[in-house]
Design a binder for this molecule. Structure first.
Ligand code: ZN
Ligand code: ZN
Length: 321
């Protein structure tokens, strides 16, 4: 998450809009096609020679607009090539994204540590470079062999099935999603003078790699190699337990297929695919999901009860971690 764009020396002329687009795209590509919005904002400030240290006084919304204009120009150029840069929100929510990127920055010697960076508010938004030219089958076939494509579909199917397998019992207190959902619930319960109780059910749209090595078309070594490649490609990622899940680039490229073919859940609030947050199991219907930030919005501004089944979303829920 480091920003490696060096400032230009005084007296050089300002970059043109085309130059800005080229550098921002290059920076995004060198970050394997995914950047948190704030990281791109800092890169843009650097390119425009605006002192990041003064970011506290500047209008962040103005910079966001400027970045979005740069991305629009990039997309005009990419249009003919069937590629696009899109914005996608991370389902774990802005607080978890912010703390993860802070951790990542502490490991990068060239990271931005200036006070300006802290003036940027926490965000769950990422920019992702994606292939928009083909349907799922062709999209995969241009990059992977048929055997590998079969494995990828198998792995996606397994992570989806895992998410609908609700587990009962002790829930991991170290899970970032559990902590964030509980923080949000505590606020509401305290206001109502009610006692807080952790939920005893959870699920996860992630699977251990041992489950995936049962796939017959590839051997264990080939599968391990494939998983590493897919993680580098930001299609898959590993959670803190080492389990495999879908990363943002896979979601951004295949969202429609994931929702319709594999039947991943869509968030009740924003209608986008959801694999982290809160689930309401209902009694006689398919479960409902909310992203972490959408859950907070739902119970703070809309309704603390599930609109489908009427159960409380504060006392009766499933963590999706
Ligand atoms: Zn949502
Ligand atoms: Zn419900």
């Amino acid at each position: 998450m480091s920003v490696q764009v060096s400032g230009r020396s005084a007296g050089q002329s300002k970059l043109t809009d085309n130059d800005l687009g080229r550098y921002i795209l290059h920076y995004l590509m060198s970050s394997r096609g995914i950047c948190e919005e704030n990281v791109l904002l800092i890169a843009l400030m650097r390119l425009c020679d605006e002192p990041v240290e003064e970011a506290g006084e500047m209008d962040i919304e103005g910079w966001q607009k400027r970045l979005s204009d740069v991305i629009k120009r990039i997309n005009l150029k990419l249009n003919g090539l069937d590629y696009k840069v899109v914005q996608i929100s991370h389902g774990m929510g802005k607080n978890i994204v912010a703390s993860k990127s802070k951790e990542a920055m502490q490991f990068c010697s060239r990271a931005i540590t200036s006070p300006g960076a802290t003036a940027l508010s926490a965000t769950n938004r990422f920019y992702v470079y994606i292939d928009v030219g083909a349907v799922e089958e062709t999209k995969l076939a241009t990059r992977f062999s048929q055997k590998e494509v079969d494995f990828i579909k198998h792995a996606i199917q397994k992570t989806c099935e895992s998410g609908f397998n609700i587990r009962q019992g002790e829930v991991s207190a170290t899970s970032a999603v559990v902590q964030e959902v509980d923080r949000v619930r505590r606020l509401v319960l305290e206001r109502a003078g009610a006692a807080f109780e952790p939920w005893d059910r959870y699920t996860t749209f992630a699977v251990g790699s041992s489950l995936l090595t049962q796939h017959r078309a590839l051997n264990a070594l080939e599968i391990e190699d494939m998983i590493i490649r897919l993680c580098e490609y930001k299609w898959f990622c590993r959670n803190e337990k080492g389990e495999i899940s879908l990363d943002l680039r896979c979601i951004a490229e295949l969202e429609d297929d994931l929702l319709s073919t594999y039947e991943f859940p869509a968030c009740q609030n924003c209608n986008r695919l959801a694999i982290y947050g809160v689930m309401c199991l209902h009694t006689d219907d398919a479960p409902a999901m909310w992203h972490v930030d959408c859950y907070q919005y739902q119970i703070a501004h809309k309704d603390t009860h599930c609109t489908a089944c009427g159960e409380s979303l504060i006392t009766n829920g499933v963590y999706v971690i």
